[in-house]
Design a protein around this ligand. Structure first.
Ligand code: HEC
Ligand code: HEC
Length: 462
């Protein structure tokens, strides 16, 4: 995967402005998107071996006539983040599908262009590409992704823009025609091309930089066996997931994705029929720790609440999935102990890609101000930051000469979070930084002496 490299590319864009701290360093410009001079790699995103196995590839819903290309996904990225696709220019796809939330929305229901609320909870988009039936939405009403992506644009609550108007608007926006020409050979803007580009972008979101994947890469064989690289607690969760909890019978294999819509016992009498009789799409659980709240109506605020549902909360109804019935025909009650509940949640957290939130390939191209020419780094001054940071980190500071030095931490909005060091320092100093209390994400570390300053990015894992 080239994501560390990609993060570095983002870093060079952001750090130039981060040095002028005080001003927020990432501001929506409202102008043209800032795109890399060589497009990011979308068509060659490398997946670990267990995710390129035939069983996994068989679930890929990429149609032969719309393969991912770097230029197509680049156009899709711009469209995805462009509020022009809503009637009054206030809402983009990303308003309800937030990168740092696994492309879901922390709100139970999402706000559309006129402030109205959606009827269901926004769905995470990571790994949407791998679903064999290729149907989309909680109720699977869209037969393909190409069909799905045009629905929110026209939806009365979500974006409210007729497709003819969308095409005309985009064709009249100066930065689009060249992007269409790169992606499709000519500058023509059509709903079909908009759909293709958005679909390519959505399908490119396959963040597999997870502890689970690292552990699986180190250990072949079928999924479901304990993994040496996970903790005992995580392995207990894994065993319950694939065993007594029966989770893996619906959230299957290394993709943790379902096959058909199913009724997982949320209601005895479902008020929302979904795909019929309370059956809903069984989406992938990859990155599920990022996409709270949970279920089609966002009824559970936490993963713990989800586990409690499966533990003792399953409601009977004629369409309750047979997998969730015990041998006596009654709803399954695995009655997890508190320790088992914690273990299941710990296991689900191993499915989180820590770099998803910050990977520039999937980030907002409008959010980056054009940086001024990069300043030369002050000679003799350096700051080495391990990445990603989990909990406590050791930072390495080098100064041109012993003397006063400060090390400050800012969050992604440029707010001062902490002063890690303020001392007379030797030329070579190790500084301990306890980042365990911080939310996961991107931070800026600024090292300053009376004469010079430099900034480094830090990726903090939650
Ligand atoms: C106002 C909020 C909102 C906006 C704007 C929005 N979405 Fe969604 N999205 C949702 C909700 C809510 C759902 C689930 C709706 C349902 O199932 O009925 C959803 C579902 C989806 C799904 C289905 C995922 C799956 O696995 O089945 C995809 C794909 C998607 N949106 C992509 C997009 C794209 C692309 C755009 C921009 C063109 C967009 N969305 C704009 C809220 C939004
Ligand atoms: C019979 C099939 C089935 C089984 C067994 C099952 N699930 Fe689910 N799961 C579903 C369906 C269907 C949904 C979506 C339901 C909805 O939103 O209405 C879902 C949703 C979820 C969600 C929320 C996903 C989201 O994006 O909101 C989590 C987390 C989850 N399941 C975890 C588990 C765990 C852990 C187990 C085992 C203890 C388990 N599931 C067992 C079918 C199943």
């Amino acid at each position: 995967m080239d994501s560390p490299l990609a993060v570095l590319r983002l870093a060079s864009l952001l750090l130039a402005s981060a040095l002028a701290l005080g001003a927020a360093y990432a501001v929506r410009s409202g102008e043209a998107p800032v795109l890399p001079s060589t497009p990011y790699d979308y068509d060659g995103i490398a997946l670990p071996a267990h995710l390129t196995a035939p069983a996994v590839r068989a679930t890929d819903n990429t149609p032969p006539d719309n393969p991912i290309t770097d230029a197509g996904a680049t156009l899709g990225r711009v469209l995805f983040y462009d509020p022009r696709l809503s009637l009054n220019g206030t809402v983009s796809c990303a308003s309800c599908h937030l990168q740092d939330r696994g492309f879901s929305d922390p709100a139970r229901f999402s706000r559309g262009f006129e402030g109205g609320l959606t009827q269901r909870h926004s769905m995470g988009l990571a790994f949407a590409r791998y679903y064999a039936r290729g149907h989309f939405f909680w109720d699977e009403r869209a037969a393909t992704l190409e069909e799905q992506v045009l629905v929110p644009i026209q939806d009365e609550t979500e974006m409210g823009l007729p497709l003819s108007e969308a095409s005309a608007r985009i064709a009249a926006t100066e930065y689009y025609p060249p992007l269409f020409a790169d992606a499709f050979g000519t500058e023509a803007v059509t709903p079909d091309r908009i759909a293709r580009a958005l679909s390519q972008f959505v399908r490119s979101i396959v963040p597999a930089n997870t502890r689970y994947d690292d552990a699986r890469e180190a250990q072949g064989g079928p999924p479901g066996r304990p993994l040496a690289a996970l903790t005992d607690e995580e392995n207990l969760g894994l065993e319950l997931f694939f065993g007594r909890g029966r989770c893996a019978q619906c959230h299957r294999g290394d993709l943790f994705v379902g096959d058909v819509p199913r009724n997982n016992g949320l209601d005895a009498k479902p008020s929302d029929p979904g795909a019929g009789d309370g059956r809903f799409k069984t989406g992938s659980l990859r990155n599920v720790a990022l996409t709270a709240p949970y279920m089609h109506d966002g009824r559970f605020a936490t993963l713990e609440a989800v586990i409690d549902h499966y533990s003792t909360g399953i409601r009977d109804s004629p369409t309750l999935d047979p997998i969730l019935r015990g041998p006596d025909g009654r709803p399954l009650r695995p009655a997890f102990t508190p320790q088992e509940r914690t273990a299941l949640v710990a296991f689900l957290r191993t499915l989180t890609d820590e770099t998803l939130a910050t990977d520039p390939r999937w980030s907002d191209p409008f959010a980056v101000t054009t940086p001024a020419a990069p300043r030369p780094e002050p000679p003799g001054l350096s700051l080495t930051v391990p990445t990603p940071i989990r909990g406590r980190a050791t930072l390495h500071v080098r100064l041109p000469a012993p003397g006063p030095a400060r090390l400050d931490v800012f969050d992604a909005r440029g707010r001062h979070i902490a002063r890690v060091m303020d001392a007379e320092a030797a030329m070579d100093t190790r500084v301990f930084w306890d980042a365990s209390g911080l939310a996961g994400g991107l931070y800026v570390l600024r090292l300053s002496t009376p004469d010079a300053a430099l900034a480094r990015l830090a990726v903090v894992s939650p």
